[in-house]
Design a binder for this molecule. Structure first.
Ligand code: 5AD
Ligand code: SF4
Length: 449
């Protein structure tokens, strides 16, 4: 059974975080520039890229089960060329080669600019590149072809923090920032293609340091005509504590295009567990940061990440996590059960928490988070705001757009289209969405009266 010698179509499947979504888009740009056409399903593709994530549990198993499906011969006896990309490829490259001999290309997140070359090389045997090259991949990527109103822009990669549970410092390498001038040029090109909202991405986006600080970059991007909204994620509490944090908080006050939203993972509400996690912040310093931000920008929406069942976590520690959720009233939160990542310090810690205890804590945490999201959404009832329409709703005529606070707002606006920014009033709230009605322009109001 052979893979196609001259592939014509490709499909990129993204498993993980927003940074992976950005990488998937850029791998698509590379393959399109090489003459291949994107197709919507892996079944229809000559080349299938599996862009893996190592943070989620059973990430490797998902990869192997996908490979197992893809290697089944098709009606004409062929199978697609299979590319394992992303953080699992980086962390387990050699192992993938052994366990899944049908994989044609193994490429890490810092080397995917070489994808077209690796595909050619794979015609004569498996091609592997999991290097962390000195020359950044961004310098050799083609123009973006995005055709959406909202786009991601990776500004920073890697992590120097070494939280004891996390693989990212090992798979994405040390913290590096792209030069501000390159980012401004990429943003201008995106806006020229119709993009109206840009989300700046980085594993530690607020550690950005590329001639400008993150706040400086945001101020520069805000000068671009046609760019209406700027967001950034994910921030680290440690980088919010000093003057960098003050600068970013000031930007939230001064820059109207910067949306009032901060994703600031705390992971645990217990300072004892935060120490064992090597987070370099405490419950108190985290809450102090949020208080400074809220004093400056009272309407800011907050979100976080949480891990339950970190080694040694007691019921009392977990109660601290529940109480921080209630105290902060997060608009959204992403909750995970601790799971062992081989090679990380926490994997070897004594006092691993039994699975049943993790399950039970996760259920209680999710309930507290849902309560908080509903309470937050209720505080926005009566607000007038602009939403960016993103996709059709469930019922005919309905559209779903994002509010400045990143809520999904369901609205019916005759004549409006995806990609439009429209003014609405929020009229009702649910745990995961709000309902909105369009603001009738005053001329229509008087015509109707
Ligand atoms: N177990 C559980 N959750 C984890 N995360 C990272 N590593 C692990 C792990 N080993 C979570 C953290 C991080 C988010 C992206 O994934 O909460 O902020
Ligand atoms: Fe992982 Fe911690 Fe770095 Fe975030 S800050 S990527 S959780 S090591």
């Amino acid at each position: 059974m052979t893979s196609p010698a001259s592939p014509k179509t490709y499909h990129v499947k993204s498993f993980g975080c927003q940074m992976n979504v950005y990488d998937s888009e850029r791998m698509g740009d590379l393959l399109s520039a090489d003459g291949l056409t994107a197709v919507n399903t892996p079944e229809a593709a000559d080349v299938v890229v599996l862009n893996t994530c190592h943070i989620r549990e059973r990430a490797a198993e998902k990869l192997y089960s996908d490979i197992g499906r893809l290697r089944q011969p098709r009606a004409d006896g062929s199978r697609p060329t299979i590319v394992a990309a992303g953080c699992v490829a980086q962390a387990e490259g050699a192992e993938i080669g052994r366990r899944a001999p049908d994989v044609d290309v193994i490429v890490g997140p810092l080397a995917y600019h070489r994808l077209p070359e690796l595909l050619k090389q794979s015609e004569t045997g498996r091609a592997v590149d999991i290097d962390m090259p000195a020359v950044p991949k961004f310098d050799s990527l083609p123009q973006r072809r995005i055709a959406q109103a909202s786009a991601f822009l990776t500004v920073q990669e890697g992590c120097d923090k070494f939280c004891t549970f996390c693989v990212v410092p090992y798979t994405r390498g040390p913290e590096t920032s792209r030069p501000a001038a390159d980012l401004i040029a990429e943003a201008e090109a995106l806006v020229a293609r119709g993009v109206r909202e840009i989300t700046l991405l980085g594993q530690n986006v607020n550690a950005y340091n590329g001639a400008l600080t993150l706040a400086g970059l945001i101020r520069a991007l805000a000068q671009i005509d046609g760019l209406e909204r700027i967001r950034y994620t994910t921030s680290h509490p440690r980088d919010m504590q000093g003057t960098g944090g003050d600068d970013l908080i000031a930007a939230h006050v001064e820059v109207a295009k910067l949306m009032p939203y901060l994703h600031l993972p705390v992971q645990s509400g217990s300072s004892r567990i935060l120490k064992a996690m090597n987070r370099a912040h405490t419950r108190e310093s985290y809450l102090a940061t949020l208080a400074r931000l809220r004093a400056a920008r009272p309407d800011v929406a907050l979100s976080g990440d949480f891990i339950v069942g970190f080694p040694g976590e007691t019921e009392a520690d977990f109660q601290d996590t529940l109480s921080i959720v209630r105290e902060v009233q997060y608009a959204a939160a992403y909750c995970f059960k601790y799971s062992i990542r081989p090679g990380t310090p926490a994997a070897a810690m004594a006092d691993q928490v039994p699975e049943a205890v993790k399950d039970e804590r996760l259920a209680r945490l999710l309930a507290a988070v849902a309560e908080g999201s509903l309470a937050f959404n209720r505080t926005t009832i009566g607000r007038r705001c602009t939403i960016l329409l993103e996709r059709p709703g469930r019922k005919p005529g309905q559209l779903i757009g994002k509010t400045p606070w990143l809520q999904s707002a369901v609205v019916s606006i005759p004549g409006a289209a995806i990609g439009d920014l429209v003014e609405v009033d929020i009229v009702d709230a649910h745990p995961n969405s709000v309902e909105a009605v369009p603001v009738v322009p005053s001329s229509q109001e008087s015509a109707a009266a």
